[in-house]
Design a protein around this ligand. Structure first.
Ligand SMILES: NC(=O)c1ccc[n+]([C@@H]2O[C@H](COP(=O)([O-])OP(=O)(O)OC[C@H]3O[C@@H](n4cnc5c(N)ncnc54)[C@H](OP(=O)(O)O)[C@@H]3O)[C@@H](O)[C@H]2O)c1
Length: 446
């Protein structure tokens, strides 16, 4: 490799350095140039010059002499040297008063190291999280506007609700009546039907319905068909449900499971299947009452099992009805103060289970277990049960009125903060939390 003047590099002041001292410093590298260098580094036109252990200048020179791939990098370096104006590398060398190979080598080395330094602090013009935040804001806004859109009118829309004697069903029937819906309310008892009829408009009509009886369901279907006519049924709300007995799994019999599932699961399924033709005709919707306990099984007994089944049934129904335009919504309330969560009835049912349990099995829990269990349950229920039960009918109203009803609604602070997030946690965490909270049996293996 040829050098000017034949002096050792360390003995002479290189003309390039002299010239450079007079020149203003090269223009600072900006984003696109750095990116360009990055690309070239990746492509290999520069990286080979920086091979570990190799002398950069020598490698630059030999690469320049033998490989045209080095040329873009050299040109880019010359460009930088010229303060941003285009300059061929040969001209750059001439302007520095040295062989252009030398100048190119020097500049390449300087450019590469300065680009490396700068690229450490390199920031894109707008950080990636900005794009993510903007996307999320637009997405939330779009979702919010879509969620707020409602159907044109509710006045000629028929809604059939099961389990309207008390609780959510009763309140929902009254609220929908006030809104102008044509409410068809299924009640388990005549007393429940009569009570509901008082204080509501003639638009609200009642019928007796036991969802565990096929005969009763058939009668209700005929009655509803006569009410809605050719229009069909805008919505079916499967609300009827029972909970007891709830408690440790070992205390149950299979009959206890069947009893609850008859109402909550098979009642929901049979009613839905019978009303489906009417709902399809109106391109209507099905609203199924599940529970947070259908997302996270926190206790034994048929209740959680039945609500998990309601979730599964609703999911498959929604997918199967998609092409018919029938929408299926799932309501997953947290804990609310209604008959279902009445401590008296839950404790009565538990007491029965405890009394009828096999004595050997009971001994493994110990005498204090039952009282401790009741105490813990009472504390949790008192703390967690929300007295404002209107939150649940409000969600159902959205499911009935919205142009785009949601797939799932989770009314209640405990649903939003505890149960639904908890349902996404690994099982061992929930296991540990429940093992910690619930009383420990007297004879335990660990
Ligand atoms: N309260 C909560 O914390 C909570 C939480 C999540 C989910 N849920 C669910 O919400 C729904 C409504 O419960 P709720 O809290 O409002 O309690 P609720 O007041 O006891 O309501 C349940 C209704 O279902 C009726 N019913 C019971 N068995 C029936 C049958 N075989 N056929 C027809 N109707 C029947 C009951 O009638 P009678 O009153 O005449 O027995 C009652 O009107 C249930 O599905 C429940 O599982 C409740």
């Amino acid at each position: 490799m040829q050098r000017r003047g034949g002096l050792a590099p360390q003995q002479r002041r290189h003309p390039a350095e002299q010239t450079r001292a007079k020149r203003p410093p090269p223009a600072p590298l900006v984003g696109p140039e750095l990116l360009l260098l990055g690309l070239r580094l990746r492509r290999g036109s520069v990286s080979r010059l920086q091979a570990p252990g190799g002398d950069l200048r020598l490698r630059a020179a030999s690469a320049w002499a033998t490989d045209v791939a080095a040329e873009p990098a050299a040109q880019w370096a010359a460009h930088c040297l010229n303060g941003g104006r285009e300059l061929r590398c040969v001209d750059a060398a001439a302007s520095l008063g040295c062989t252009w190979t030398d100048s190119v080598n020097q500049v390449l080395r300087g450019a590469v190291s300065s680009a490396k330094n700068r690229s450490k602090g390199l920031q894109p013009p707008c950080p990636m999280w900005c794009y993510v935040v903007v996307f999320l804001i637009i997405w939330c806004l779009g979702w919010f506007l879509r969620d707020k859109r409602t159907i044109d009118t509710v006045t000629n829309k028929h809604v059939f609700i099961t389990g309207c004697d008390t609780g959510f069903g009763n309140l929902l029937a009254r609220r929908l009546d006030r809104k102008g819906f044509k409410v068809l309310a299924g009640c388990l008892t005549q007393k429940g039907a009569d009570d509901l009829q008082t204080g509501t408009s003639p638009n609200l009509k009642t019928t007796l319905l036991d969802v565990t009886s096929t005969e009763s369901i058939k009668r209700a279907v005929q009655w509803v068909a006569a009410e809605v006519g050719e229009k069909g049924l805008h919505a079916l709300v499967n609300n009827a449900g029972v909970a007891n007995p709830i408690g440790p799994t070992e205390w149950m019999t299979v009959h206890d499971y069947r009893k609850v599932m008859e109402v909550n699961t098979f009642g929901t399924i049979e009613v839905t299947l019978n009303f489906l033709p009417m709902i399809k005709r109106a391109t209507g919707r099905v609203v199924n009452m599940a529970s947070v306990l259908g997302r996270l099984s926190a206790n034994g007994g048929g209740y959680c099992v039945s609500k998990y089944a309601v979730e599964a049934f609703s999911d498959s129904l929604r997918r199967d009805m998609y092409h018919f335009g029938v929408k299926v919504c799932i309501i997953e309330p947290g804990f609310f103060k209604t008959a279902v969560t009445s401590l008296d009835s839950i404790e009565d049912a538990l007491q029965k289970l405890w009394n009828q349990m096999d004595p050997d099995a009971r001994r493994t829990y110990g005498d204090k277990y039952f009282q401790n269990y009741l105490r813990v349950q009472r504390t949790i229920m008192t703390f967690i049960c929300d007295p404002d039960i209107s939150k649940v009918p409000k969600c159902i109203e959205h499911a009935l009125e919205a142009r785009h009803p949601r797939t799932r609604y989770s009314p209640g602070w405990d649903a939003k903060l505890v149960w639904i997030p908890g349902s996404y946690l690994p099982a061992f965490i929930i296991d540990a939390v429940l093992a910690f909270i619930l009383p420990k049996p007297a004879h335990r293996a660990r």
